[in-house]
Design a protein around this ligand. Structure first.
Ligand code: FAD
Ligand code: EPU
Length: 338
């Protein structure tokens, strides 16, 4: 394991914000992780994956532990299901491509989500009608205080919309080293309810889609509207889509009959934050070095050289204007790091 001093994190966060950490360790095995967790200098370390869901607000006074544990293998299987065990440092999209190549179904709708496998349970990643929890078997985490390893079942993880126990009661308590997914070997259950997915498959004249077709279609849709962090710094959706009481939605719809929404249950509905932000006039508008993306208003973008504070200040302005127009509080999805 290599411990480095005074390291720039610019290449380690997809916003491309320039900050430095006093101490940086990259761990490639669970044993290396356990060793670094015992090192007092790393007591309050920030755990980093691919840096695609973080906004560094300022220079980091904390050390950083980057988790680069590799490996993908099938550890159990029957005629229908394979349990695949994956190291936390595997690139998520590489895992999706490996599953598609090996005809294992379940995560094809999650193609092209940036970042590493270890972060996937933290916010229960989701896209195009599938969330991690739908295929989750369990995960191994190492306790930051005692270095002991613990298995987390789906129930232990308390997954919700962009949420899990690791963002709440167990925040900063465990480092995920491995996740296990239960994937189908045949008779894959495809999730095609999203209109954009159906339209893309129809355009491609695919009548009986395979998991590879779904992965290709999702990739195409994502490339058409989400900015590539290599070219334009961003962390995907900056805010969560707000969940409001149905009564509030009904009142808003008297004023904005065209407002899109999705029913969650009889009491709650979700409103796309991108629509609220677009209505508030921020879509594609550049303010200094930052702005909300021209093709997807929910994506906060670094147009070059912005600091974490500049990005956060713009996000706060968006929150303020959306609140004053619609009475809705937007909540950041991205993790704000001090
Ligand atoms: P990081 O940003 O490095 O870390 C995120 C959080 O997880 C931090 O709090 C970190 O401390 C913690 N963490 C990381 N690794 C571990 C570990 N091993 N153990 C414990 N804690 C850990 N997300 C979606 O859900 N759906 C999408 O469709 C989606 N689209 C995106 C599109 C773009 C263009 C971008 C840039 C981001 C998108 N995201 C999306 C957000 C992001 O890709 C996911 O949240 C991803 O899981 C983050 O992975 P990461 O390795 O980059 O995590
Ligand atoms: N919309 C607008 N203007 C915009 C953007 C969106 O009006 O500029 C409205 C439209 O009505 C559109 C609707 O919002 O139909 C939904 O937009 P989209 O399909 O792009 O999805 P989203 O709700 O903005 C969510 C996730 C994404 C995920 C996609 C696909 C959240 C916070 N975001 O975005 O996840 O990829 O659905 O499932 O739930 C991420 O978490 O980083 C992320 C990119």
């Amino acid at each position: 394991m290599r411990v480095q001093k005074d390291v720039s994190l610019k290449a380690y966060n997809t916003f491309g914000v320039t900050v430095r950490t006093p101490l940086f360790a990259e761990v490639k095995t669970s044993l290396e992780l356990q060793a670094v967790l015992k090192d007092m200098r790393f007591n309050d370390a920030f755990i980093l994956g691919g840096g695609s869901n973080v906004l560094f607000l300022d220079q980091l006074s904390k050390p950083v532990i980057k988790v680069s544990i590799s490996g993908i293998r099938v550890i159990e299987e029957d005629d229908h299901i394979a349990i695949v065990s994956v190291g936390a440092g595997v690139v998520w999209h590489d895992l999706v491509m490996w599953c598609v190549a090996n005809n294992l179904g379940g995560i094809e709708n999650l193609s092209l989500i940036p970042g590493l496998v270890g972060a996937a349970p933290i916010q229960n990643i989701g896209a195009y009608g599938v969330e991690l929890r739908d295929v989750f078997h369990n995960a191994i985490g190492i306790g930051r205080l005692d270095g002991a390893s613990k298995i987390f079942t789906a129930q232990d993880c308390a997954f919700g919309y962009r949420d899990s126990v690791f963002k709440n009661e167990l925040k900063d308590r465990y480092v995920i080293t491995t996740i296990r997914l239960a994937l189908t070997k045949k008779n894959h259950e495809l999730h095609l309810a999203y209109g954009a997915l159906q339209d893309t498959l129809a355009q491609q004249k695919v009548e009986q889609p395979t998991i590879a077709d779904v992965a290709r279609a999702v990739t195409r849709i994502r490339r058409s509207k989400l900015p590539d962090p290599e070219k334009l710094g961003n962390a995907g959706s900056f805010f969560k889509n707000p969940i409001v009481k149905t009564k509030k939605l009904q009142n808003l719809m008297l004023e904005y009959p065209e407002m899109p929404s999705y029913t969650i249950d009889e009491n709650f509905s979700k409103i796309p934050a991108g629509w609220l932000i677009e209505q508030a006039g921020f879509k594609g508008k550049i303010s200094g070095k930052v702005g909300m993306h021209a093709k997807q208003a929910l994506v906060l973008v670094n147009h070059g050289g912005a600091s974490g504070k500049e990005l956060w200040s713009h996000a706060q302005e968006v929150m303020k204007q959306v609140h004053s127009a619609f009475g809705i509080e937007l909540e950041p999805e991205v993790n704000l790091i001090n």
